[in-house]
Design a binder for this molecule. Sequence first.
Ligand SMILES: O=C(NC/C=C/[C@H]1O[C@@H](n2cnc3c(NCCO)ncnc32)[C@H](O)[C@@H]1O)c1cc(-c2ccc(F)cc2)cc(O)c1O
Ligand SMILES: [Mg+2]
Length: 221
Amino acid sequence: LVLVLSSRLLQAVCINAVRGNPDSVIAAIDHFCQNQEWAMNVGDEKGAILDSVVMETSPSTVLELGTYCGYSAVRIMRLLPPATRFITLEMNPDYAAVARQVIQHAGLQDKVCLVEGKSADLIPKMADMFGIRTFDFVFFDHWKDCYLPDIRLLEDCGLLDQGSVVLADNVLCPGAPEYLDYVRSSLRFSSRFYRSHLEYTRVLDGLESRTQTGPGSHCGR
Ligand SMILES: O=C(NC/C=C/[C@H]1O[C@@H](n2cnc3c(NCCO)ncnc32)[C@H](O)[C@@H]1O)c1cc(-c2ccc(F)cc2)cc(O)c1O
Ligand SMILES: [Mg+2]
């Protein structure tokens, strides 16, 4: 049976990770990507930065764009207290299926709300579908040319408010130049670059966080 990469990654989790133990799932994926096959998970170096920003924000509502195999979903959910809402969006049904199983192996299936579909279509429905007014923390790790349209969409839908943190992966590699210009240009936000490396390599990369300082755009109207 020919397995695609995401299935081989899931197989590595099933074989090497302890069921119900998120840290062992994270370690199994990192070991697989470091020693067998590279995959585009945020990885352990940038993952530690992600962890620190999540803990610093201590969010009540979290949104992730681009679940892929569920690595960052497990990283984030393992840090969240029980009452926290975590929603992750994935447009590819095959990746969504793998992610569900990775998340289940970590024992976090009751905490996750994995919605299959495109962020452009789902973001405008967040309020109606989930009764979410604003997101305290958003992690961008989907197609890089969608970062800018999607942060604008989140603002236009009034889903970001004072104190909301948007953390974006890969702002150097593959890069998101228009997004960087946007988040670094406005006075209404404070942005910070976390220098790091492309997952499982020595290539330079980093994360950019943007915190809304002024009131949410919908209040300002
Ligand atoms: O391309 C990268 N990530 C993309 C992630 C895509 C995942 O997210 C899903 N997705 C995409 N757009 C949407 C969407 N919305 C889209 C419009 O609504 N709504 C919902 N789900 C979406 C896809 O189905 C995938 O599951 C990347 C590359 C490198 C890289 C670096 C160096 C290299 F040499 C090679 C590769 C390193 C990284 O860390 C990377 O994240
Ligand atoms: Mg990434």
